[in-house]
Design a protein around this ligand. Structure first.
Ligand code: SF4
Length: 437
């Protein structure tokens, strides 16, 4: 009888690429995918540990799966498993726990569990999480469940150890695939008809350093892959976003005017406490350079509010700095203490109510910036890649500079790129009405 499997993925694009890759293998082995709210024989939860909220969502997902089918095999994999497998062992219904180095063993582990159930052997948890220090291998992954766009994993882990961040303890040291492997995956995705690739990793600017390859070399090679019309860089550290990379994206065939750059704070004092590798002036210089070169470029920044040493003065200075930048959007994160991190020992802790208050204030600025950016794009001639989603007789797509647009649904436009003029913002300010050129 066909076994059914359901995936629930939390966290970053990297996790989605890895889950999609694992699911593809199960389907190739004859498993049938069902929704996570449906009854399944196997449940896989690909976890995240970036915040306390992410971890509690993982626990809830495990309990939900066990509630729907108490006899199901439940596999808990990824970052939360890597940093806290002992806690996960205590949650009822868990059969398999895998960290970030042995996710690729998932199918074997599920088959072993199935055998144990068939042989009516005693339930035992298979916890194969290895110590983070021995996490050396890199597993390529790409997502393929979206007809239009794919996430391509090119790098994993991080050597930066910013004081607030737990990722190096969950994903290990920086490592990556070779340019040849990345180009081969991109060619596979082109053959599958994908038009857009989002290049992803943990600290992708550090790509290839273990084999004398660079991120600039990588994007130059990917730009030559026929069939892929568009590339987005998921996120790149300010100190690793060189002028050469910006210039190449500007003059390239397929790299889009869209940059996502984690700033984290607009205060140099807080950046030092975070042990970030740049000061705000360097960030400002790069953002202004991009804006001069590509005025319609979508520049987004990650900012964490309420981190240690963010006194009232530092907060106000940070806010004013962000207000002054030509950003299209700000992704706002509220600082939360993470186990293992240095931040628990250094700097002045900011009360939680102040963190929340600042998060609300910065969210407002983020939407104000987005609206301002949108307004500068009225009458902008752009290329839109149309997706297959149909809602209320409409279909949607993103412009090259990451603006969401809507048109009357017509299946002939799915996964095609058309030239459009941006006319006006929709009432709910969620997308643009366009005029086909
Ligand atoms: S660069 Fe810093 S914030 Fe980003 S993953 Fe590495 S340690 Fe975490």
């Amino acid at each position: 009888m066909t076994q059914t499997i359901a995936f629930h993925t939390l966290g970053c694009k990297l996790n989605f690429a890895e889950s999609s890759d694992l699911l593809r293998r199960f389907v190739n082995e004859g498993y049938k995918e069902v929704g996570f709210k449906d009854k399944a024989d196997v449940y896989v939860i690909n976890t995240c540990t970036v915040t306390q909220i992410a971890e509690s969502k993982c626990r809830n997902a495990i309990r939900q799966a066990h509630h729907i089918n108490p006899k199901a095999i439940i596999a808990v994999i990824g970052c939360f498993s890597q940093v806290n497998s002992k806690e996960i062992e205590k949650i009822e219904g868990v059969n398999i726990i895998l960290g970030n180095d042995d996710k690729h063993l998932l199918i074997e582990k599920v088959k072993e569990s199935e055998k144990r159930i068939i042989n009516d052997e005693k339930h035992e948890i298979d916890n194969s999480v290895i110590d983070i220090s021995s996490l050396k291998s890199f597993y390529s992954s790409y997502s393929s469940n979206d007809r239009t766009r794919a996430f391509l994993k090119v790098q994993d882990g991080c050597d930066y150890f910013c004081t607030y961040c737990e990722i190096p303890f969950a994903r290990g040291r920086s490592r990556s695939c070779s340019i040849e492997e990345a180009v081969s995956d991109a060619k596979t995705l082109a053959k599958q008809g994908k038009k857009e690739i989002v290049i992803t990793g943990v600290n992708i600017g550090d790509f290839g350093k273990e084999r004398n390859e660079t991120f600039l070399d990588l994007i130059k090679s990917l730009d030559k892959v026929e069939g892929i019309k568009r590339y987005r860089i998921s996120s790149i550290e300010p100190d690793l976003l060189s002028k050469e990379i910006i210039d190449f994206c500007f003059s390239s065939r397929a790299f889009l005017p869209h940059f996502h750059i984690p700033l984290q704070s607009g205060s140099n004092k807080v950046l030092k406490t975070m042990k970030r590798r740049y000061l705000r002036e360097e960030f400002e210089e790069k953002v202004n350079y991009i804006h001069e070169l590509m005025p319609n470029c979508f520049i987004a920044a990650d900012v964490m509010v309420g981190a240690n040493d963010e006194t009232e003065d530092e907060w106000l200075s940070s806010y004013k700095f962000l207000e002054s930048l030509p950003l299209a959007f700000i992704h706002v994160f509220t600082y939360s203490q993470r186990p293992n991190t240095l931040a628990n020992k250094i700097g002045e802790v900011i009360p939680v109510h102040l963190r929340r208050q600042r998060s609300e204030e910065l969210q407002k600025l983020a939407y104000k910036k987005k609206e301002e950016f949108y307004k500068t794009n009225i009458n902008y001639e752009c290329k839109v890649l149309w997706e297959e989603t149909k809602k209320d007789g409409k279909m949607y797509g993103f412009t090259n500079n990451y603006i969401r647009c809507q048109r009357e649904y017509d299946s002939k436009y799915i996964n095609t790129i058309t030239t459009e003029k941006i006319i006006k913002l929709s009432k709910d300010k969620e997308y643009f009405i366009i005029e086909n050129l």
